[in-house]
Design a protein around this ligand. Structure first.
Ligand code: MG
Length: 327
């Protein structure tokens, strides 16, 4: 008797969105925090596999100066080699107008920008002040939208900050409102250090909605550092949030807590969403296979629960073509 891979038990919960947008950040947010340099050809193959698994919303790289993030210094090379399926997105993160120009020259037709809810993160990671980062992002949003380029905005440290601790929710909603009013199609609130819990997540979302951001324009970018990310997703679903960021295999770690878990893993998110009867358009087995493929190439342990469980249950089938040792 052949066994089929295990899947989630399914029970639809009334009142939740019927369909959710999963915004895949593995190749950008995931890889930028990994220390082993991944060849451009592997990054391109990662994107190909993600698209083949049904990914429609993919952040492919970042156009920050190569000296900031050497891992993503090959942005142009990766984008040139992409084969983006019809109807799918290939988003590039840009730090400023110069990065926007690089992205456009490379052929990118949708960009993302980052601002910070806190002063400390802006100074440590964006090399500017909190308001300086917002001004810079607004400049990019204006220049991009004037050329018909959609923009996605991130608010980092929206739920907690490693230096400042608690974060003023008014600072979060203000940053989100500025990005929204400037013309960002989506604003993603980031729990960059994974400290939020479901009730707190719901409270921040409620205040953001009250500040005039429509729920259709709101996304959550969660980290699983303390094991709370799926509980936070569930709390957000109950408020109608229908877009979540995740990283295949949980790529990305946590730059502020060495050895800790980073981004919410796409296959863990999709397991829960499919279990709730929510459509994603994603192929769970293909995502897990992608995680296991990349883990083998990098010689690291897969860091998503789903990929590890499927592998432990014997559903880690090597791909004979792509796994062939190169001479
Ligand atoms: Mg992240």
């Amino acid at each position: 008797m052949t066994r089929t891979p295990p899947g989630p038990r399914v029970q639809r919960e009334p009142g939740l969105p019927a369909r959710v947008t999963v915004f895949e950040v593995g190749p950008r947010d995931g890889l930028q925090a990994e220390t082993d340099i991944i060849p451009a050809a592997v990054k391109t193959e990662l994107c190909r596999r993600l698209y083949a698994a049904g990914t429609l919303n993919l952040e492919v790289t970042s156009f920050v100066p190569p000296t900031w993030i050497p891992q993503l210094a090959d942005a142009e090379q990766v984008v040139a080699a992409l084969d983006v399926p019809d109807g799918a997105r290939a988003v590039g993160l840009v730090p400023n107008l110069r990065g926007l120009q690089r992205a456009l020259d490379a052929g990118i037709r949708e960009v993302s920008v980052v601002v910070s809810a806190t002063e400390a993160f802006a100074q440590a990671n964006l090399n500017t002040t909190r308001s300086g980062a917002i001004d810079r992002a607004v400049e990019v949003v204006a220049a991009a939208t004037a050329q018909g380029i959609p923009v996605r905005g991130y608010v980092s440290m929206a739920f907690g900050d490693p230096w400042e601790g608690a974060v003023d929710t008014a600072a979060v909603t203000e940053a989100a409102a500025v990005l929204h009013q400037a013309g960002s199609r989506t604003v993603a609130l980031g729990d960059t250090i994974g400290v939020s819990t479901p009730g707190y997540t719901a409270a921040v979302i409620a205040e953001t909605l009250a500040a005039g951001i429509p729920v259709e324009s709101l996304a959550l970018h969660l980290h699983d550092t303390y094991g709370q990310s799926l509980a936070n997703v569930h709390a957000a679903l109950r408020l109608g949030v229908a877009e979540f960021d995740s990283s295949v295999g949980g790529l990305g770690r946590c730059p502020y807590a060495k050895g800790a878990t980073g981004n919410l893993a796409t296959e863990d998110l999709v397991w829960m969403l499919h279990g709730l009867g929510i459509e994603t358009g994603l192929d769970l087995d293909a995502l897990a296979a992608t995680t296991l493929w990349l883990s083998r190439i990098r010689n690291v342990r897969a860091s998503s629960n789903v990929a590890r469980a499927l592998a432990a249950a014997g559903f880690d089938t090597p791909d004979p073509v792509l796994e062939a040792p190169s001479a």
